[in-house]
Ligand binder design. Structure first.
Ligand code: CP
Ligand code: NVA
Length: 306
């Protein structure tokens, strides 16, 4: 049966652990000359801009031996009204897998219902699961452990935050989100993650609060993302004023442990959610995180695509 990766929830805790270890193995150069996807063709349909997701998947697919076909959604007949289901049925006849970046998450869900191969979510309005796997890999590389780590996310409870909540619950990470009231991560996602934690008698915790200085206390990892995600441009000015006290800057860092690591999925809006000083500081792993997209996506592809 085909496996999709539409949200972190599609993977079990042990599958996530396997993917992190395999990503680190692939990064070390093991199996560099093997082409497990030789002869396959993989499509990428993107409705939004991308630097890291697009290029890391394109390079990763090439390194695994498959052909990649990048499809800007405006070049497809989708743009002229062909239905998602018909498009998915047609592409099933050519492609073994699809990486999709969409606005509504329901677009990916609908596509996956009608596509015979694996569908991988390269970001939707609600989820960014591939980013979360690369993030856990980066934390594990740096700290040598995931269970019990305190990850603090400061900023908008957006797609990246939702996927980090899910990934943290599955990996035993304690996650604290500090955001302005009204910008919390999706309540259903948080509830499902809390239910998972309690059902599995895991010690991990999901804490949501509004004071970034309180949040950063005893943190191992400090994470942020843009205040205005793709598709939210019309709310930009309101959001920037609501988030101005949620910046990763040297004042906030002065409340943190000295060995804290700073993460950002990128692209960064320097001077908004993060200052130059913190982005370019020695605690910041944002560019390792970006590199790790390549290794973790290869692990995801190798695991899913048959
Ligand atoms: N982090 C991330 O997904 O970056 P892109 O939007 O450049 O793909
Ligand atoms: N939250 C951001 C992430 C970009 C990688 C967005 O959706 O634009």
């Amino acid at each position: 049966m085909k496996r999709d990766f539409l949200t972190v929830w599609d993977l079990s805790g042990s599958e996530i652990e396997y993917l992190i270890k395999r990503s680190i193995e692939l990064k070390s150069g093991v199996d560099a000359n093997k082409c497990p996807l030789l002869g396959k063709s993989i499509g990428m349909i993107f409705q939004k801009s991308s630097t890291r997701t697009r290029i890391s998947f394109e390079v990763g697919i090439y390194q695994l031996g498959a052909q990649v076909i990048y499809l800007n959604s405006s070049d497809l007949q989708l743009n002229r009204g062909e239905s998602i289901s018909d498009t998915a049925k047609v592409l099933s006849r050519y492609l073994s897998a699809i990486v999709m970046r969409t606005y509504q998450h329901s677009t990916i869900d609908e596509f996956a219902q009608h596509f015979s191969g694996s569908v991988i979510n390269g970001l939707s309005d609600n989820h960014h699961p591939c980013q979360a796997i690369a993030d856990l890999m980066t934390i594990y590389e740096s700290k040598g452990i995931l269970r019990g780590i305190k990850l603090v996310y400061i900023g908008d409870g957006n797609n990246v935050a939702n996927s980090l909540v899910e990934a943290s619950a599955k990996a035993g990470v304690n996650i604290t989100i500090a955001c302005p009231p009204g910008f919390e991560p999706d309540n259903d996602i948080v509830q499902r993650a809390r239910n998972y934690i309690s059902y599995n008698k895991s010690s991990s915790e999901i804490v949501i609060l509004h004071n970034p200085f309180e949040a950063v206390k005893d943190a191992d990892v400090l994470y942020t993302d843009v205040w205005v995600s793709m598709g939210q441009e019309k709310d930009a000015e309101v959001k920037k004023s609501r988030f101005k006290d949620y910046q990763l800057n040297s004042q906030l860092l002065s409340y943190a442990n000295k060995d804290i690591i700073v993460m950002h999925c990128l692209p960064a809006h320097r001077g908004e959610e993060i200052t130059d000083e913190v982005m370019d500081g020695q605690n910041c792993l944002a560019f390792d995180q970006a590199e790790n997209r390549l290794h973790s996506e290869k692990a995801i592809l190798e695991f899913l695509v048959k």
